[in-house]
Design a protein around this ligand. Structure first.
Ligand code: 6R9
Length: 628
């Protein structure tokens, strides 16, 4: 850790915002804004919430019964009224809400009025199926506009959406449907990956076979020729919506009504269903999108995430639409059909805000500066990065190829936090590799394991007070929710190792637990281990994250084989295929090493820390508890 720190510190050059950037920004003086917000956070959040529309106002901003929070008590709202109705009633009605660019070169454009009509039709169709407030709907779609429409339609009725990333395999989808006890699944015939059509419907068929709660499956058919549907149980999306009215009032909901559940990896094999609610999540995503990206009506905002992950929920769908923005959503990979793909999109649509990931930047870096140089990127004004620490080299490259004067917002947050918590604002001087300072209203700190503030040096990232967009619980597992607030007394523990420098800048350095960030995607080592162990040739497995040049981290598995099993290249391939089948492509270990023993504590716990230190040629630290 110490070495890593030193390199970070050496490269910490300060980039000051241009006068023009500060002049334009909502927040021109970070320190003043932050101090004012933190002097009375409830007053701060109260003021932000009042920028939005509510059916009825709240009587209490926060009820905090440690560690359970309720925000905007007594208030009623519906997040979709602020994403749609509010704009449709204004001059924004004919403003472009969503530009979708497909991998096959297609383009679909929705104005706010059109999006509103589509969402209403979908909501009416959901009601016709008998869906009731509180019911769960699993959405397993590729990155197409129907994903946004389905999410908003659920929210409009108070149904709880559970979006599952369409790269997950059938068993992973199945366990998520089962945990959520979803009544309905929404999917598509195909997704596309670098030109290849990836069938999704068969994955759903396989998963749903073991999910008795699912009553119907709706299928978006991109290829009208493709795939028959089973009468009664399966419906074609277009036919399902046919004849539905384009009017549907949003249901007034108590502010604490669940909006969605989103599964994320933790330190056990079972993913956690993170629950967010209408009121607080709306306030958090609204204001962070506005202040961090300095979002204005004339912007074209391009976020490369997939709505299957939290960044897509908060910063493709809810945050930007709450602000009445024009959102660009592009299907496909950054280097397909050429490494100029994203630069071309930026030029073609005049993108002004571009929110991407360190992994994508490193990938594009490999193809060289010619690609961005061949495009007019002069419309860009604010850049963003999310998902993992951005190394200073990638930061500098991104900054240089986009013109050298556009600020990069390195935004730190989590599925559980709902919205961005530690981040620059455009007026804040930047240090490449640092997420800089906490967002207004957020009391973040770096502490030791007893909760004592650490001046400078490494420690654990914590949040010391509740905030509106925080998760409310883990579905079916409140104890796991409690563990976030029990680990370090009095604080929300994020699970990240962090360092704070003399200027109060935060440097996030990765996870303190067994969560790996592969290309920014969150994978629990325990999930990969249980997938490996479920293979017939395997007795035991341990999985670690290892630094990787483009993906940030990669997965390495150590496997003990059953007696009589031979270590062959074919077997290693089988093991990889098996993990792909169990979890999906993103979770497949890049390396698998066959071993005869694993380092364990006397109580039998695998010491992944020791494996990792050995793998990286580092000092394993205290190994006095080691059995073998
Ligand atoms: C938004 C998202 C959360 C974990 C988090 C941390 C890592 C995210 C980061 C970052 C350094 C950043 N992380 N953003 N680390 N700098 N700007 O990624 O949510 O998938 O739940 O992952 O991602 O380790 O704890 P999620």
């Amino acid at each position: 850790m110490a070495e890593h720190l030193e390199t970070l510190l050496k490269t910490s050059r300060l980039y000051r915002p241009t006068a023009q950037t500060v002049e334009r920004a909502y927040i021109k003086d970070y320190d003043a804004a932050y101090q004012a917000s933190i002097a009375n956070p409830e007053r701060f959040w109260d003021g932000i919430a009042k920028e939005l529309e509510w059916f009825s106002p709240w009587h209490t901003v926060l009820e905090w019964k440690y560690p359970w929070a309720k925000w905007f008590l007594g208030g009623t709202c519906n997040i979709t009224c602020n994403c749609l109705d509010r704009h449709v009633r204004s001059w924004r009605s004919n403003k472009v809400a969503v530009i979708w660019v497909g991998e096959q070169g297609e383009e679909r454009i929705f104005t706010y009025a059109e999006l509103y009509r589509q969402v209403n039709r979908c909501a009416n169709a959901l009601t016709r199926l008998g869906m009731q407030q509180g019911d769960r709907v699993t959405i397993y779609l590729p990155k197409i506009p129907e994903q946004i429409i389905a999410m908003l339609a659920c929210a409009r009725l108070g149904l709880i959406h559970s979006v599952v990333y369409s790269g997950f395999s059938a068993p992973a989808l199945e366990s998520r449907i089962q945990d959520a006890e979803a009544r309905l699944a929404i999917t598509a015939d195909y997704g596309y990956d670098r030109g290849t059509a990836i069938p999704l419907k068969p994955v759903v068929d396989k998963a749903v076979a073991n999910c008795p709660t699912i009553e119907k499956t709706i299928v978006v058919r991109r290829d009208k020729q493709g795939g028959d549907l089973r009468a009664g149980r399966e419906l074609d999306w277009d036919e399902w919506l046919e004849g539905e009215s384009t009017a549907c009032d949003a249901r007034p909901l108590d502010a604490e009504t669940p909006l969605y559940v989103l599964y994320t990896s933790g330190t056990t094999g079972k993913p956690k269903g993170v629950v967010h609610v209408h009121g607080g999540y709306m306030v958090g995503t609204y204001i962070t999108t506005k202040y961090v990206f300095d979002l204005k009506d004339e912007d074209v905002y391009f976020c490369v995430a997939d709505p299957g992950w939290v960044t897509g929920h908060s910063y493709i769908v809810y945050g930007p639409l709450l602000n009445g923005a024009t959102v660009l959503m592009a299907e496909g990979k950054p280097d397909y059909p050429t490494p100029g793909r994203w630069w071309e999109i930026i030029e073609q649509y005049g993108v002004s805000i571009f929110y991407t990931t360190p992994t994508a930047i490193r990938l594009l870096m490999k193809y060289g500066e010619d690609w961005p140089q061949h495009h007019d990127l002069s419309t860009l004004r604010i850049l963003g990065s999310v998902g993992e620490p951005i190394n200073p080299e990638a930061w500098e490259w991104f900054h240089r190829v986009t013109g050298g004067d556009k600020p990069i917002m390195d935004t730190w947050w989590q599925t559980e936090t709902g919205s961005i918590l530690v981040t620059p604002l455009p007026c804040v001087p930047l240090k490449p590799g640092s997420a800089t300072r906490p967002f207004p209203g957020i009391e973040a700190d770096v502490v030791d394991k007893n909760g004592r503030s650490i001046g400078t040096g490494g420690g654990f990232a914590v949040i010391k007070k509740p905030w509106p967009s925080m998760m409310r619980t883990i579905l079916n597992d409140p104890d796991r929710y409690l563990s976030y607030w029990n680990t370090i007394p009095g604080c929300y523990t994020a699970g990240d190792v962090c360092h704070k420098d003399d200027d109060g800048y935060f440097w996030f350095m990765g996870r303190a637990d067994d969560v790996v960030k592969v290309a920014g995607n969150r994978i629990g080592t325990a999930e990969v281990e249980s997938a490996l162990v479920s293979h017939e040739a395997v007795v035991e497995a341990a999985v670690i994250g290892k630094p990787h040049q483009t993906a940030g981290e990669m997965i390495k598995g150590f496997v003990i084989l059953k007696q009589g099993q031979q270590e062959t290249p074919e077997l290693i391939d089988h093991l990889k295929q098996h993990v792909q089948m169990e979890l999906g492509k993103i979770a497949v270990p890049r390396e698998i090493e066959i071993v005869t023993s694993l380092p364990k504590t006397r109580s039998g716990k695998i010491m992944r820390r020791v494996l990792k230190a050995k793998e990286l040629g580092q000092d394993p630290g205290d190994i006095s508890t080691l059995e073998e």
